[in-house]
Design a protein around this ligand. Structure first.
Ligand code: NAP
Ligand code: MG
Length: 514
């Protein structure tokens, strides 16, 4: 990355390596901007290969020689709860920062994103309190023995997050890694790094973690990120982002047999069963689609509606979308903010053209809203396509913007087949008054999460992750924590006599004294 002229009026954030803030090699830095206005928000250090080397070395040293991996789990639990308290004191500040940096409406960051991140941190504290010993059944073959599994931290973890949902993403990477005693080199997206940096500042100010346990490297994914995941001293890569980059990272991790957990793209279905309560299902499906302007991996971007309801549902959806306010994310009345970047809007607009060319019918939206405010940022109208073919690119490819595909079905089995006809398998929703029927449908969806009569509700006690090309492994919940551990089976033999040991017959000549 080229060295940009510095602007002394902007806040500047360095790299955090081995417990100290410092500049990147050669003073390299980049400017972070507000998507809504294009205004610069901060200057952020851009880590070179040498900087990443130092961050990984710090994490390696803290893991191999520091106290953190051996700190009792209940002490780590206390530390996570204390960090959560620090977050709690700064929720409104963090909500505004997240809104400015990511273009996310302030109502969402204030009432959901930041409180959810805080809640998650407490839950990781609770999970850390659970004992890392797992008893196994007594074993009698060939001699009486007691076995248990001791869960060790995995090691040095490279963690990379995308620009969307940035604060929660940072918590759900750092929380479980710290709960289980790992050390971390963490890289947020260059498009929205500021709440992650704020979190690392809180960790630093707390003085609760030994130096080198958490290290922050900011910089471009293709350079800083790629070098980080390829580093031979990294044991595990935890990546959230696009499927294409995830695929590449898996390849990079292969030569060193690094563990990877990948949280990737999605094209999640919302299925409205014939008995769905339309008062709730229409709003719920729209929330599933347009929350964060559709820039959420688990967004319900394909809506399967029973043919008996189709026209009514489309009519209701169009009427509701007319009421949504696209605008300044800092206004509490705003429902939909800008997209993260002009580049992202270009990409979404290409899909709108593809949808038209494929013969889907544009029911509403498809354009940039008009007005002075909208000229400053990458705004786009919420867009609904009807009569979409599930095989079309519109329905198969991840768009990551406010473009909804509404698809008709006649039989529930057909809806399930189409819902599963996707390279992705991250999430889904089923809308019905008949909960038993909804559960039966949920059980047949090949996805990591299914909401019944809801969407986007992330429960940090529950595993989250994808089937198929939506990823590998799980985050959150006990399953998520286990991804940050290596199990060691410890076998304690109870046979006192040498003659009773398995090796007696196999290996040793009989001894006179037995
Ligand atoms: P992205 O382009 O894949 O980037 C994600 C992160 O990886 C960023 O920090 C990026 O850094 C970095 N990166 C880019 N290229 C890299 C490389 N070659 N090696 C290592 N790191 C690299 O994704 P995005 O556009 O930021 O995010 C949107 C995507 O994330 C969507 O596909 C969405 O579905 C997915 N997502 C998945 C989940 C989930 O839980 N499954 C959650 C949220 C988002 P820079 O930004 O600094 O370049
Ligand atoms: Mg930004």
């Amino acid at each position: 990355m080229a060295l940009e002229p510095s602007n002394s009026d902007l806040p500047y954030h360095g790299l955090y390596i081995n417990g100290a803030w410092r500049d990147a090699e050669g003073g390299r830095a980049f400017t972070v901007t507000e998507p809504a206005t294009g205004a610069p928000l901060a200057r952020v250090a851009s880590a070179s290969i040498a900087d990443v080397d130092q961050a990984v070395a710090a994490a390696r040293n803290a893991f191999d020689h520091g106290p953190w991996p051996h700190t009792p789990h209940y002490e780590r639990a206390d530390i996570l709860h204390k960090l959560a308290k620090m977050i709690e004191e700064r929720t409104s500040e963090l909500a505004e920062l997240e809104s400015r940096d990511g273009g996310v409406p302030l109502r969402a960051t204030t009432f959901n994103d930041i409180p959810l991140g805080l809640h998650m941190m407490h839950v990781f504290g609770e999970l850390a309190r659970r004992s890392p010993y797992e008893p196994l059944p007594w074993n009698e073959f060939p001699t009486l023995a007691w076995s248990f599994v001791w869960r060790q931290p995995y090691g040095v973890c490279a963690q990379i997050i995308p620009w969307n949902y940035a604060f929660c993403m940072a918590i759900w990477k750092l929380g479980p890694a710290l709960a289980t005693g790992n050390t971390v080199v963490f890289k947020p997206s260059s498009l929205s790094p500021l709440t992650s940096i704020a979190l690392v500042k809180m960790i630093d100010e707390s003085g609760l973690l030994p130096k080198g346990v958490v290290n922050l490297v900011t910089g471009p994914g293709g350079e800083t990120g790629e070098y980080l995941v390829s580093h031979p001293l990294v044991d595990k890569v935890a990546f959230t982002g696009s499927t294409d980059v995830g695929r590449k990272i898996m390849g990079i991790a292969a030569p060193h047999i690094k563990k990877v957990t990948l949280e990737l793209g999605g094209k999640s279905p919302s299925i409205l069963l014939p008995d769905a309560d339309l008062e709730k299902a229409v709003d719920g499906a729209l929330f599933g689609m347009f929350y964060h302007a559709g820039q959420l991996c688990e967004a319900g971007t394909r809506c399967f509606v029973h043919s008996s309801l189709y026209d009514e549902v489309v009519e209701r959806m169009v009427a509701r979308v007319r009421q949504l306010r696209v605008g300044d994310p800092l206004e509490l009345a705003t429902d939909i903010g800008p997209l993260i970047s002009f580049k992202q809007r270009d990409s979404v607009e290409r899909y709108i053209k593809i949808g038209r060319d494929e013969g889907a019918r544009l029911a509403i939206g498809g354009n940039r809203p008009v007005g002075e405010l909208y000229d400053k940022g990458p705004y786009l109208e919420p867009t609904i396509f009807t009569h979409v073919n599930n095989k079309s690119r519109l329905a198969q490819e991840e768009i990551f913007g406010p473009v909804f595909s509404v698809i008709s079905y006649d039989e529930i089995g057909e809806a399930i087949t189409m819902a599963n006809d996707s390279m992705y398998g991250l999430a889904g929703a089923v809308w019905s008054k008949d909960i038993q029927q909804a559960v039966e449908v949920a059980k047949r969806l090949r996805t990591g999460t299914v909401w019944i009569n809801d969407h986007h509700v992330l429960n940090p006690h529950a595993p989250f992750g994808g089937f198929k090309e939506s990823g590998i492994g799980r985050e959150m919940g006990v399953a998520g924590l286990l991804e940050y551990t290596e199990p060691t089976h410890i076998h304690v033999d109870f046979q006192q006599k040498r003659s009773g040991k398995i090796w007696w017959d196999a290996l040793l000549p009989p001894l006179d004294d037995e």
